[in-house]
Ligand binder design. Structure first.
Ligand code: KIV
Length: 274
């Protein structure tokens, strides 16, 4: 249980807060987290939105794609994050095949994410095809974030993680999809790896905030995978990624120093024992 008094607790970010931030022209910061410790650090640092992304499949579980992630995995990670967070809005990805078969099944999955994990909202990948499903979930009182452009759950359809919607036809469809999602009731839309001018056009075409990853500066907010921006993944260097730390080197150095001290008998010293 939190030890903070009610008065000292920060004002919680809600779905209405982020919509209002777009209206006021205030940029929205979003990062992923998958566990209690990391979520606590980024929440206390002041990030607005925490996404429990199914990128947990890659960075936590070591799978090559997000396809193997199950609803149970996502509920576990989301519950760990929710327990750490005082202020940020916590959004959980619905994993592959937990929402695509029927709208009823999608609603059951979204409901479990809210009831069992304590998520504040869910995110679904796709446009026109899933907009009736989005409406069904929203109508039940569950906020939904959309996700367009590069949608990693469809990697086997795309065959590549390259930039999407460079051709006019796909770009036009993406704008239509964004409007469909808005009409279905999403409170926000992630735009992943699309040309910056297209992301600007989408951002200007919808009233809900867009959150970009590899989609340029004109989105209403930005999201990065935490492990990537902290420099924990040495081998992943897409153009859109800015690294704010080199934790891979720091951790390697710390572990090597520990090993050296254990081997030499320097650790523990007499002040580090009972
Ligand atoms: O799973 C994830 O981390 C995501 C972000 C990249 C937007 O969907």
């Amino acid at each position: 249980m939190s030890t903070q008094s009610k008065e000292s607790r920060p004002e919680k970010v809600t779905t209405q807060t982020v919509v209002e931030m777009k209206r006021k022209g205030e940029k929205i910061s979003m990062l992923t987290a998958y566990d209690f410790t990391m979520a606590g650090i980024i929440d206390a640092a002041g990030v607005d939105v925490i996404l429990v992304g199914d990128s947990a499949s890659n960075v936590m579980a070591g799978f090559e794609t997000t396809v193997p992630m199950t609803l149970e995995h996502m509920i576990y990670h989301t519950s760990c994050v929710v327990r750490a967070v005082d202020r940020a809005l916590v959004i959980a990805d619905l994993p592959f095949m937990s929402y695509q078969v029927t709208a009823k099944e999608a609603l059951i999955s979204a409901g479990r994410m809210m009831k069992e994990a304590g998520a504040h909202a869910v995110k679904l990948e796709g446009g026109k095809a899933i907009s009736p499903t989005v409406k069904r979930i929203v109508d039940a009182g569950i906020p939904v974030m959309g996700h367009l452009g590069l949608t990693p759950q469809s990697i086997y359809k795309f065959g590549t993680y390259k930039v999407r919607a460079k051709e006019e036809e796909e770009a036009e469809q993406l704008i239509k999809d964004a409007k469909k999602l808005e009409m279905a009731g999403v409170f926000s839309i992630v735009l992943e790896k699309i040309p910056a001018p297209l992301a600007k056009q989408v951002t200007e075409s919808v009233s809900v905030p867009t959150i970009g990853i590899g989609a340029g500066a004109d989105c209403d907010g930005q999201v990065l995978v935490l492990h990537d921006m902290l420099g924990l993944n040495k081998d992943f260097s897409p153009r859109f990624l800015r690294r704010y730390a080199d934790l891979h080197s720091s951790m390697t150095g710390a572990v090597q120093n520990y090993i050296k001290d254990v081997k030499s008998g320097d650790f523990p010293n007499k002040d580090e024992q009972y």
